[in-house]
Each structure stands twice: as structure tokens, then as C-alpha cells.
Design a protein around this ligand. Structure first.
Ligand code: ZN
Length: 164
């Protein structure tokens, strides 16, 4: 609570400095004593396009540090993160099929690497998630799972995890 008040007071009281493009010292935005722990989840995907359930890995990483929220950032430009149903695998198949119809792989894109569809799908799905924690465990709905959405695999993927 104190941190949120400090942040808005700091930003509101310095609008002129913001307009002038000055940088704030870190301790003006994140008060001293607040620790941010960053760790990493590494997973290996097995197909070019797949939805890989990483809920167990995120839960394990979140338990490593006390806090109220876990923040995830996918460190790549051709995969993403999302939350959706992990009970019926047909749901994730339908999502992948819908993204394929929306962003076909064989369109004549400008990017010459041949993976433009993966870049676009990655941006559509998004790269980050924030999930609340209760008692060091993830607060998720009954049917919700956390997925790494692979669009240009198979390869090793890294996800930065911080708990605050
Ligand atoms: Zn590319």
C-alpha cells in the first residue's frame, strides 16, 4: 500500500521533469527496502506451433520468493504467454487454429526470415502476465492454466519471473 502511494505521489509531483525527459533515480520510484527477485523458467518446446502448459513451473518459481504478485515476461519475439483452459486440450487447439486462420504462415510478408506469422502471433497473444499470489500460491480460476504459446519452435524458451 505504502509503495503505491509513494509511486503516484512521486510521478504526480514531477510532471515537469517527465515532460523534460529527465530520468528518475531508481530509489524515487521503488522505495528502499523493496526487493525484486528475478528468476528464470526455461522450457523446451517440441513443435513449430504449440501451447505448452507451464503452470507447474510458474507455481514452483513463485514459491521461491514471498510477495503478492508474480510477473512473467517471455524473453522472445516469436512466442508469447496466455492464460486459458487447461482441462480440455481442444480449447488450445482451437485457439491455435484461429490464430493460423488470422495470420497464415504463407502470406508474402516483408520480413525475410520466414517467420513473420510467428512474430505477429506473438504480439497478438502478448509477452507478459501478472498473477496474484495468496499464501505463495497462484490465484487462478478452476479451469485456468498458464501457457507458453510457441509459434516458431521447436527450441528452448526463457521466461523471466519476478515476485513483488
Ligand atoms: Zn524473424
Amino acid at each position: 500500500m505504502e509503495r503505491g502511494r509513494t509511486l503516484s505521489r512521486t510521478l504526480c509531483g514531477n510532471t515537469r521533469s517527465l515532460r523534460e525527459g529527465r530520468h528518475f533515480p531508481v530509489d524515487m520510484i521503488v522505495p528502499k527496502g523493496v526487493e525484486w527477485t528475478v528468476s528464470e523458467i526455461r522450457v523446451r518446446t517440441s513443435r513449430r506451433i504449440e501451447a505448452l502448459d507451464i503452470t507447474v513451473e510458474v507455481r514452483r518459481a513463485a514459491k521461491a520468493a514471498p510477495g503478492s504478485n508474480v510477473h512473467l515476461l517471455c524473453l522472445h519475439t516469436t512466442c508469447g504467454l496466455t492464460i486459458n483452459e487447461n482441462a480440455d486440450p481442444a480449447v488450445m487447439k482451437d485457439i491455435i487454429d484461429a490464430l493460423d486462420r488470422l495470420v497464415p504462415a504463407d502470406h508474402p510478408y516483408s520480413h525475410r526470415e520466414g517467420n513473420s506469422d510467428a512474430h505477429i502471433k506473438s504480439s497478438l497473444v502478448g509477452h507478459s502476465l501478472t498473477i496474484p499470489l495468496s499464501g505463495n500460491d497462484l490465484v487462478l480460476g478452476t479451469w485456468q492454466g498458464i501457457y507458453l504459446m510457441e509459434f516458431d519452435g521447436p527450441r528452448e524458451r526463457r521466461i523471466a519471473v519476478s515476485v513483488s
